[in-house]
Design a protein around this ligand. Structure first.
Ligand code: ADP
Length: 548
C-alpha cells in the first residue's frame, strides 16, 4: 500500500477506482484516463451505435439501444415501424439508468409508453435496450458471464482475455417475459448483488455448483452436450476485440489530454470486466463493460443472526487471483529491463513484491487496498520484507527463469495484435479520432474549437464552391450545440467546443456528401484516405500555427 509520504517514483501504481493522479511521471498505472466515462451505459451505447451504423453485421452482438430521454420519440417511432413490418414481433425492453450498477434502477417494459418519465428518468438519463428473451439456460436458470480482459496498451493496441471467467446465476427458474413476471428480478437479472438476497442463493463451495460458477465449468457441460465450444470462444474473442475497437477512439482523446505525447508521464493498462449473455443459440451478446470490476475473493456469511464474517470464495479465487497475477507478469517492468545488463542483477525484486501481493490475495482477511505501489528498487535490499518471503532471494543470474517457472502458466491469452489482421478494417473511427486529435492543437483539451475545425477543413481541402467556409461554420455550430445540449457527463462539460462524437458525426456527414452512392463505411474510408493524403502533403509546422 502506498507508504504515506513516499516520494520515490514507482514501477507500477495500482489504483482502486480511476486514473486521478497528476503527479505520476513514469512507470505504469492500472487505469486509463477517461475509462470510467467511456464505458458508462450511454457512452458505450453511442460508441456501439456508431460502429453499428458503419458495420451493422459485425456489431450485431450489442442489443438495439436508445438513449433516454432525448431519443424517446425515436424509440417510440422505431418500435412502431418494426412492429408494423412484423406484427408477430412481441418485444420486451430493459431500461437501465446511466452510471447505474448492480441492477440499480433497472426495470422491464413491454411497450415504449411504459417508460417511467416521472422522477428518476428525467433526472437520470438511461439506456433502453431490446431485452434478450431467449437466453441459454442451465438448470432452468438464466446466467451471464463475467470475463476479465486486460487492455495492456492503447497505442499500439494490445488485448488479453482471461481463459476462465465467472458465471452468475439467477435464483428463480426462467420464464420468457410476460406482464405477470416482468418485475421478478431474481428471474430476469443475473446480478450477484441482487440474487444474494434471494432465499434460493447458493454460495458455491466448488467451481461447478451454486449461484456463481466458473465459466469453464459451463463450457464443460455444453461440450458434453455436443455444443461447439471452440466456435463460442472465437465469437467471444471477436466480441471483445470489436468492443475495444469501438472504445479506443474516445480513450485516445482522453489519453492525449491527460498524458500529452512528448511530456513525461506514465503508461497505462487496465483490467476490464465484460458482462456477456449467451443466447439459446449460443450467440454471445454484450451487456456491458465494467471499468472497475470487483476483485473480491471472499463473500460475507451470516454466522448467526446479525453476525457476519468474510469467508473465502473458491470460485472467485480460482478466476481472479490468476487475472491479477498474470496482469502483473505481463506489465512487469523488469521484463524490459532483463535485456538491459545494467538492470539484470536486480531482476528478482519485482517477483518478491508479486509474491507478497499474491500471498495477500490468498489470505482470508485481507482488506481491499486502494493503492498498491510497486517500488522502483535500486537493489534487492530495498524491497521491504522481500527476503523473508522467498528463501532464494539473492540476485542469482538464473533467478528470472526460476521465478517464472515457479508460476502457473498464463491464464491471460493475447488476442490483439494476434488477430489484428481480421479486425483492422473496423478501425475507421480510430483514424477519424487521429484527425480530431491532430487538430485539437492545445494539449490538455478534449474538445475542438471553431478555428481547429476550420483548419481541418482547409488543410484537407474539403471546402469548395458547393461547401463554403460559411457553411462549415454553420455545420460546426449546429452539431456542436446539439451535442453540448445533451447534458453528457463529460470531462469538459463547461467547454463549448466540439467533442469527438460530434466531430465523428460531422465527418460522416461530409463523407456522405462527397461520396453519395457508396455504403457508409466506404464513404468514411474514402474521405479518410482523401484527408490523410492531403495532410501528408502538408508541412507539419503549418498545422500547429493554424490551430486554436
Ligand atoms: P448493471 O450495471 O446495473 O448490472 P447491466 O447492464 O449489467 O446493469 O444489467 C443488469 C442485468 O440485467 C444483467 O446482468 C442481465 O442479467 C440483465 N440484462 C441487461 N441487459 C439485458 C438485455 N439486453 N437482455 C437481457 N438481459 C439483460
Amino acid at each position: 500500500q502506498f507508504p504515506f509520504g513516499r516520494r520515490l517514483p514507482c514501477d507500477i501504481y495500482w489504483h482502486g477506482v480511476s486514473f486521478r493522479d497528476n503527479n505520476i511521471f513514469s512507470g505504469q498505472v492500472n487505469k486509463f484516463p477517461g475509462m470510467m466515462e467511456t464505458v458508462r451505459k450511454i457512452t458505450l451505447s453511442r460508441a456501439m451505435r456508431t460502429m453499428q451504423d458503419l458495420f451493422p453485421l459485425e456489431y450485431n452482438f450489442y442489443p438495439r439501444s436508445w438513449i433516454l430521454p432525448e431519443e424517446l420519440p425515436l424509440f417510440v417511432s422505431e418500435v412502431r415501424r418494426l412492429k408494423d413490418c412484423d406484427p408477430s414481433w412481441k418485444p420486451t425492453f430493459i431500461v437501465k439508468p446511466d452510471g447505474g450498477c448492480q441492477g440499480d434502477g433497472i426495470y422491464l417494459i413491454k411497450d415504449p409508453s411504459d417508460v417511467r418519465l416521472t422522477g428518476s428518468i428525467q433526472s437520470r438519463p438511461a439506456v433502453v435496450q431490446e431485452y434478450i428473451c431467449k437466453p441459454l439456460l442451465v438448470d432452468k436458470l438464466k446466467f451471464d458471464i463475467r470475463l476479465y480482459v486486460l487492455l495492456k496498451s492503447l497505442d499500439p493496441l494490445e488485448i488479453y482475455i482471461a481463459k476462465d471467467g465467472l458465471s452468475r446465476f439467477c435464483t428463480e427458474p426462467y420464464q420468457e417475459p410476460s406482464l405477470k413476471n416482468l418485475h421478478q428480478v431474481f428471474m430476469h437479472l443475473t446480478n450477484y448483488s441482487l440474487n444474494i438476497h434471494s432465499g434460493n442463493f447458493i454460495h458455491s463451495d466448488s467451481v461447478n455448483t451454486g449461484s456463481k460458477r466458473t465459466f469453464s465449468s459451463i463450457l464443460c457441460r455444453l461440450s458434453s452436450r455436443g455444443a461447439d465450444v471452440k466456435k463460442l470462444w472465437s465469437d467471444i474473442i471477436s466480441l471483445v476485440i470489436k468492443t475495444i475497437i469501438a472504445l479506443t477512439p474516445e480513450l485516445k482523446v482522453y489519453y492525449q489530454s491527460d498524458i500529452p505525447a512528448g511530456k513525461p508521464g506514465p503508461t497505462c493498462f487496465q483490467i476490464l470486466g465484460f458482462d456477456i449473455l449467451l443466447m439459446k443459440n449460443l450467440k454471445p451478446v454484450l451487456l456491458e463493460v465494467n471499468a472497475n470490476p470487483s476483485m473480491r475473493i471472499e463473500h460475507e456469511q451470516e454466522l448467526s443472526p446479525g453476525v457476519f464474517e468474510n469467508v473465502p470464495s473458491p470460485v472467485d479465487e480460482e478466476v481472479k487471483v490468476a487475472v491479477i497475477r498474470d496482469t502483473l507478469r505481463l506489465v512487469d517492468p523488469q521484463k524490459k529491463k532483463r535485456k538491459d545488463p545494467h538492470f539484470g542483477t536486480f531482476f528478482p525484486a519485482s517477483y518478491h513484491v508479486m509474491y507478497n501481493i499474491e500471498k495477500k490475495l490468498w489470505g482470508p482477511s485481507q482488506a481491499h487496498p486502494s493503492v498498491i505501489v510497486f517500488c522502483r528498487c535500486q537493489s534487492v535490499e530495498q524491497v521491504p520484507e522481500a527476503s523473508e518471503e522467498l528463501p532464494d532471494a539473492g540476485p542469482a543470474p538464473d533467478a528470472p527463469k526460476n521465478a517464472e517457472a515457479a508460476l502457473p502458466s498464463l491464464c491471460l491469452k493475447q488476442v490483439f495484435p494476434k488477430y489484428a489482421k481480421q479486425f483492422s478494417y473496423l478501425r475507421l473511427v480510430d483514424r477519424v479520432a487521429a484527425l480530431f486529435i491532430r487538430f485539437l492543437g492545445v494539449k490538455g483539451t478534449t474538445k475542438l474549437g471553431p478555428t481547429g475545425f476550420r483548419t481541418f477543413i482547409r488543410n484537407c481541402k474539403l471546402s469548395n464552391s458547393n461547401f463554403s467556409m460559411a457553411a462549415v461554420d454553420i455545420l460546426y455550430i449546429d452539431i456542436t450545440r446539439r451535442w453540448n445540449s445533451m447534458g453528457i457527463d463529460h470531462k469538459e462539460s463547461g467547454n463549448p467546443g466540439m467533442c469527438l462524437q460530434a466531430f465523428v458525426e460531422a465527418f460522416f456527414y461530409l463523407a456522405q456528401k462527397k461520396y453519395k452512392s457508396l455504403p457508409l463505411h466506404e464513404q468514411v474510408a474514402s474521405l479518410l484516405e482523401f484527408c490523410e493524403c492531403h495532410l501528408d502533403a502538408l508541412p507539419r509546422k503549418r498545422l500547429v500555427c493554424d490551430c486554436d
